[in-house]
Design a protein around this ligand. Structure first.
Ligand SMILES: C[S@@+](CC[C@H](N)C(=O)[O-])C[C@H]1O[C@@H](n2cnc3c(N)ncnc32)[C@H](O)[C@@H]1O
Length: 313
């Protein structure tokens, strides 16, 4: 019998409700029950976590409507609906992005990927040129918007194949207008196709990508990922999960100017495979970078001067 969260018809004490939510989420195997409880209750009350805790200490009462809304959210979180879907948003670097069913929820490790692209774009801008940046496999638009937000002189183009995810990216561009959203051009298309953005071949300063890369046998354990992230966002194709990343790197090789930087995210175990793909003469200086948790999750390389005839040449 789940512990009640106050009595929805009459409401109840916020502190007691938070304790009950934490216990229920912990029992359901939710990885961070205390943080989730605070965020869900804060969402219902319209309070950030610090103010929520202060309100609980003051002995604030939940109204009946608030207790009912919280109970409904907790039930969905117990069923492992992603927290970000329930909140309708996800933090990403300096931004807050709209997310929900049909789009990949931006992850903390991708903040590292975006950061590497921001760093390179900022260096180009410091040299007196407006950087041209392409985000292949854009999802919610997280990487593209972060670059446009943090390097205001950058021109950013984002490509997404899935119409559902593309619609979320459009919403995010709109939500960041005026501002970063105005500086991102969004395309619906296959990022691995030579026709996509062919007019920019040889001109791009940075190509950033968090492509799908999960290999066929590696079914994600977390229900939030397995049951809610779109299949197109997870499975990279091929025995090693790297078919889409290979296509993305081929496209990046054509788009980048000589000396331009590619940044590609991957699984912890795929760093070596990526560095092997990013070999001379097409590429130089391949290097794998740790995310904030110390896990090797992104590889960068610079475009060499050799022309691309076909991938791997
Ligand atoms: C792992 S998600 C990353 C989304 C976003 N870049 C992020 O980091 O949050 C991969 C995205 O690539 C898209 N995708 C898969 N294959 C693609 C392709 N061939 N061309 C363009 N987008 C593709 C998926 O629909 C999904 O939105």
């Amino acid at each position: 019998m789940p512990e009640p969260l106050g009595d929805p018809p009459r409401g109840g004490d916020l502190g007691a409700a938070l304790r009950a939510v934490r216990a229920r989420l912990a029992a359901a195997g939710v990885p961070s029950p205390a943080a989730d409880a605070d965020l869900l209750a804060g969402h219902v009350l319209g309070l950030p976590p610090g103010q929520l805790r202060a309100a609980a200490l003051r002995g604030t009462a939940l109204t009946a409507a608030q207790a009912g809304s919280l109970a409904a959210l907790v039930e969905r979180r117990e069923a492992r609906t992603p927290l970000q879907h329930l909140l309708g948003r996800a933090p990403f670097r300096r931004l807050e992005l709209l997310v929900g069913p049909g789009v990949f929820v931006p992850r903390p490790e991708t903040e590292t990927t975006a950061g590497l692209a921001v760093q390179e774009a900022a260096a180009v801008a410091a040299g007196g040129r407006a950087p041209l940046v392409v985000d292949l496999c854009a999802g919610s638009g997280a990487v593209a918007l972060a670059v446009a937000d943090e390097v205001p002189s950058a021109r950013v183009v984002a490509v997404e194949l899935d119409p559902g995810a593309h619609a979320w990216a459009e919403r995010n561009l709109e939500a960041h207008r005026p501002g970063a959203g105005e500086r991102v051009r969004l395309l619906l298309g296959d990022a691995t196709s030579p026709q996509v953005l062919a007019e920019l071949d040889g001109e791009v300063d940075v190509v950033a990508s968090n492509p799908p890369y999960v290999p066929p046998g590696a079914v994600p354990r977390e229900p939030e990922v397995r049951d809610h992230d779109p299949a197109l966002a997870l499975w990279g194709g091929g025995e090693d999960g790297l078919d889409v990343p290979r296509g993305v790197l081929a496209r990046a090789a054509a788009l980048l100017r000589p000396g331009g930087l590619v940044v590609v995210e991957h699984a912890e175990v795929q760093g070596r495979a990526l560095r092997e793909l990013l070999a001379p003469p097409t590429w130089g200086g391949a290097r794998t970078h740790d995310d904030a948790g110390g896990r090797p999750r992104a590889t960068t390389a610079r475009r060499g001067r050799s022309p691309v005839t076909h991938w791997g040449s």
